[in-house]
Design a protein around this ligand. Structure first.
Ligand code: ADP
Length: 448
């Protein structure tokens, strides 16, 4: 599965980016408009000042030249002769150099400095030479103001974005907390098979959708647990009920075998005894599995000498191995003891050896090794038989699973052996694993 960022991260990235774009748009709009407005203001200001001086000059108020310099109202105005010689007003060498041009206020730049310039030629009565009145105001001040605002924004934006991202991430994380709880609970149930697990409910989230989802899922888990409990109880009850009739069939079959007079009668009676034995084995396995499932199986643990346990198991399967002329080799370290339930562990080892012989090749080998590794004990049962294909390797632990139904029937297999072995090993806190190759053989390893 392709790994993508979590929903929390994606939401945070999404609105932080949105916020960034919004801020950029709003700030550039506001910045642009306020810049335009301040330029407009400067232009108006310059026009007003120039018009004021023009008005006074046209009235030929001779004293005006001298007043201009001190008059606040005309602070950005200079008066020149028609030939461009300075007459009065504010003196600025840079501005003096700009050629005169009648018309609207305009932008001029001198040595990197920006000015709004407005030139007006006075309308003087005939005979009197006209003057140039120039209004000039630096744009730099508003640019500088804009720049300093820009720097403030440049520092503020990342701080605001960081706060938004952190705050938003925290809120979404809190809002999504129930989803982590739901995932964790589902995972616990899947991995550990603990159907008693429920999603923890946070009373603070009482009204939200995730709280209601958790409540619904918990109710659904209650139903599933109920069904599983009932199913387990049914298996357990059915097995119990079957025990008595099966033992009656078995004992009466054995009696029939004893009193059989003809070959045919003996064959039929033997068949009854064999099948009743198979059923009895099946019912015992089912009962053991349901006891383990319902946590009712008690372990009577004690220190058991592993060599003795393996020897008993080998002895039990000796006749069967002999039939297939299989060599059973035992290599168990001296004085190796395990703290286990002896009966159950014996059935584990017997089952594995029995399978190794059952699925081993004629005149092949079955090797049983046991050794200490650190604080654990490894028990390995290895054969050189038919092996198990990769796709079946996971399924062999399933109840009633048999790789080859027809062939297994001749051995009275029921497909419960390995699930019982696994349950018993895990009940002891151990682990069982398998490695196998078709045609080469199979190795079961218990670490306990
Ligand atoms: P069964 O009663 O059928 O032997 P088990 O649970 O013991 O049931 O085993 C399940 C299946 O796993 C068997 O049917 C068989 O196909 C396969 N199996 C188990 N042990 C071995 C082995 N040593 N070699 C090959 N196949 C095996």
């Amino acid at each position: 599965m392709k790994r993508t960022a979590s929903i929390k991260t994606r939401i945070t990235i999404w609105y932080t980016t949105l916020m960034l774009v919004l801020m950029a748009v709003v700030l550039s709009l506001v910045g642009g408009i306020s810049y335009r407005l301040s330029i407009d203001n400067i232009e108006k200001d310059v026009v007003v000042q120039v018009s004021g001086v023009n008005e006074k000059l046209s009235k030929r108020d001779r004293g005006v030249f001298f007043k201009i310099e001190n008059n606040e109202e005309f602070k950005n105005v200079t008066v020149y002769t028609d030939r461009g010689e300075y007459v009065a007003g504010k003196y600025n060498y840079d501005i003096d150099r700009i050629p005169f041009k009648e018309g609207n206020p305009r932008r001029e730049s001198v040595d990197g400095k920006e000015y709004i310039i407005y030139d007006l030629r006075t309308a003087t009565p005939p005979g009197i030479p006209p003057f140039w009145i120039r209004g000039a105001e630096s744009v730099n001040s508003s640019v500088i103001l804009g720049q300093s605002m820009f720097y403030v924004v440049l520092i503020l934006v990342p701080i605001i974005l960081l706060l938004t991202a952190l705050g938003g991430y925290y809120i979404t994380k809190k809002a999504f907390m129930p989803i982590s709880d739901i995932t964790k609970t589902a995972d616990d149930i899947r991995v550990k098979g603990d159907v008693k697990k429920r999603i923890p409910l946070n009373p603070e989230g009482k009204e939200d959708e995730l709280f209601r989802l958790s409540v619904t899922l918990n109710a659904m888990l209650d139903n599933i647990e109920n069904l599983i409990t009932k199913e387990k109880q049914f298996t357990s009850d059915a097995s119990h009920e079957l025990r008595t009739p099966i033992s009656v069939v078995l004992s009466q079959g054995e009696y029939l075998l004893e009193i059989a007079e003809t070959e045919k009668e003996r064959e039929l009676a033997q068949n009854i005894v064999d099948k009743a034995n198979q059923m009895s084995k099946l019912v015992s396995s089912l009962l053991l599995l349901s006891r383990i499932d319902q946590n009712r199986q008690k372990l009577i643990k004690k220190d058991v000498e592993l060599r003795v346990l393996v020897d008993v198991a080998v002895e039990t399967t000796k006749a069967f191995a002999g039939e297939k002329r299989i060599n059973v080799n035992v290599k168990v370290e001296e004085n190796l003891t395990v703290y286990v339930d002896e009966t159950l562990m014996l059935s584990v080892i017997t089952n594995l050896i029995n399978n190794a012989v059952k699925y081993g090749k004629e005149s092949g080998n079955v090797n049983i090794t046991a050794k200490k590794e650190g604080s654990a004990v490894n028990i390995i049962v290895k054969d050189d038989g038919i092996g198990i294909s990769k796709e079946n390797l996971e399924k062999i632990w399933d109840r009633f699973y048999r790789v080859d139904d027809v062939r297994n029937d001749e051995y009275g297999s029921n497909g419960l052996g390995l699930s019982m072995v696994k349950s018993i090993v895990e009940l002891h806190g151990g682990k069982i694993s398998v490695e196998s190759e078709i045609g080469k053989g199979t190795e079961f390893k218990i670490v306990i």
